[in-house]
Design a protein. Sequence first.
Length: 388
Amino acid sequence: MTYKPHSDFVALYDLYTGPRSVAAELAIRKGEATAHDPLLISTGSDLVLFPGDGRPPVVESFRHSTRGFKELTAVSHLGTAMAWLVEMQETGLEDWRGWAERFIAQSRQVRGINRLDYWTNEVHVAAWKGLEQKIVDVVDYACRVTEDYLVAGLADPSRLTFSRLRDDILEPVENNTVPVPFNDVMVATFALTFLDIAHRILTWLKDLDLDWQRLMAMICGSSGRPTAGLTWATNSTCHMLWRASGKALQPERLLIAPHAPGLNLDMLKDGADLTELERTYRGLWCKTRVTAEIGAKMFDGFPAFVPDISAAPIITSETTTLSEMPRLKHPDDRLTAITRLRLVMEDPRQLLSNSVSEFTIDELCDKGLNSAAITIPGFTNVVYPDAN
């Protein structure tokens, strides 16, 4: 006999959890009560502020549509690209040869246009002002090292092993042909990319002059891997908003909602019903918060939940394993910087940007958003060969 709950039980169940339930009703009423409060929505690529009182949203983009993002990220990826080709070669996939040739050819194309005027006039990123010539050097060096390694690997596949990749390229010791470990290249290019993002977003947020005590904030949709960025500690946007607020933003007012409705710039440009969308987001935020607020009142007297946003281990040369992202002690802390690269790849919870985000955000906030004053790991105090 097929089981089916009695309709009276279903009706009782729906009174609390259904689409027209008491919970839904309370969320709607709470949402209406917040109509005057600012609502900040972070998507995988943009920040959208609904100022409240029916005023139109304002937007700042921080990923794929930004200047220099794809240029430096492409160079960051060369280190992992070499590792992917090694994996293919070691597992007997002959396709690696074709891919290696494509990377060599494209790397040479990039070196052909990697000139100072390209970075100063075409890319023209404010946060990189004065750093452009060194960026030229880093890009040229990264491309040349990648080309040389893959050319040698095509001639002698025994060089395409992970032990050789580590010893010859990623972390070489006293190797005149690879004077700067490629691990530093990856740290530097990731950090430079995030420096621009953080500088623009923090400046934008400062200019908005938000009331952080009233702000309703929500991170919606996926960002990076489907498993990543689902907690405060694994989502760099959380730390950025907290520091932008002068540490005034309460963690409970920032929600991460990967299954919330999507929002993108095309919707804003194409005349989507933004009023209804804003109402939906306010309702979701309030429905989530009201459960926590009522829980605190129901169980007053029992231990309370308090989010910990400051816990981060400090590692030493004796550390062998980690379960959380370690804190960078200073800009030249290579052990931690490169360990963070490893962790963001191994831990499915992490966004790749987390490898450099926290330190970059703190440096900018501590130095008044003056990007020229900060020290960039893997870059500022590392000497790269002159591209000329």
